[in-house]
Design a protein. Sequence first.
Length: 441
Amino acid sequence: MLGPRDDRPALPSSPMSLVIENGWPRTAEWTGGELRLGGIGVRDLAAEFGTPAYVLDEEEFLARCALWRDALPDGEVHYGGKAFLCPQVVRWLDAAGLCLDVCTGGELAVAMAGGMDPARVVFHGNNKSVAELRRAVAWGVGCVVVDSFTEIERLAALAAEAGTRQRVMIRVTPGVTAHTHEFIATGGDDSKFGFSLNAGLAAEAVRRVLAEDSLELAGLHSHIGSQITDLGGFALAAGRMAAFLTACEDEHGVTIPKLDLGGGLGIVHRPGDPVPPSPAEVVAALRAAVPSRVRLAVEPGRSIAGPTAVALYEVGTVKDIPGVRTYVSVDGGMSDNPRPAMYGAAYTAVLASRASDAPERPVTVVGRHCESGDVLVRDLPMPADVRPGDLLAIPASGAYQRSMASNYNHVTRPPVVAVRDGAARVIVRRETEEDLLRLYV
Ligand SMILES: Cc1ncc(COP(=O)(O)O)c(C=O)c1O
């Protein structure tokens, strides 16, 4: 059977010093065939909190924050809030000394609800509204990443109106295509994000920002994509961005103090997936390409949140179509994890609630939605006696799942339950049908 028991290396003496790159949180263990997370068995978790549920290992989250912070002690680590955000996450980031990247007014509101100092917030987005920009200026957001000429004008006017000087970074697309899915590659010339370096738009953006008295150019920014598992793209983008920064400084006689090279580091989802470089290796590759006088910033999202959570589902039906396929239907699906349907993202799942000696056979794990594409895991070896009432666990479910969850088919979105040292607490409660009905007039 695939599972954390088989491929977990021994824990180091300091649990904070190493992140185990096998997709499972560090406290995952098996007892008598049952998966335990944070010292609690999944049967107890399911009985208390219901399914589907996202179970998040608090120790793993904090360890991953610490790993990035320690990799860049003289720079800035902005957690990419789009991966997964709630007020408790904001409090963990604060405790770990991380900053936060948000990309909508909603994410900014969560940051504030969690008590984040607005000065430690970076505000992204290719189409921020005037209202969102006004709020960012009024609340004293540390840095706005400008993404279009229209936005430079808008923000300059809003900052002038507020009688303040807003710090900005300019988002640059450095012409680097990361080896990842087309929809999550953002650094090539044909991108809705930022200003193209190759087309000369980035140089023009620098000119326009410098011409605005109400804007302060705090740095340049690039983000080339997500789920990247090799260093080549990071190093290439860093080199191009560093050369551009130096050229701008020379041309305009200014200092541009910071280079923010975004997020994008991938994670392991399944046994056999490429093991990504460590945060320290990523930072070393970036640092090697950037002059030491320039402050480095990074924005990891998935590589912090991804391996911290396990999605827990209950099997509802098992349908054998002789000679064709066996479908195992669970009580969640594309509404809580749209990534397989959107990007063809590949996951594994394991029988988590009991031991089984039954031989394995391939099954396809599907959700409960009215779409044939509502597939969570295709052709997965699973004990042949898998049956209704069993619990399945999908590791590496902490990023871009609960944060992308929808109410498709009017299902209610699952809770996030944090576990640590044998205790569990809800940090995002399960939505109810009352929540859904409240919207209708
Ligand atoms: C600007 C920016 N920064 C950071 C991130 C986080 O990326 P990841 O979760 O791949 O680390 C993203 C993700 O799309 C992004 O768009």
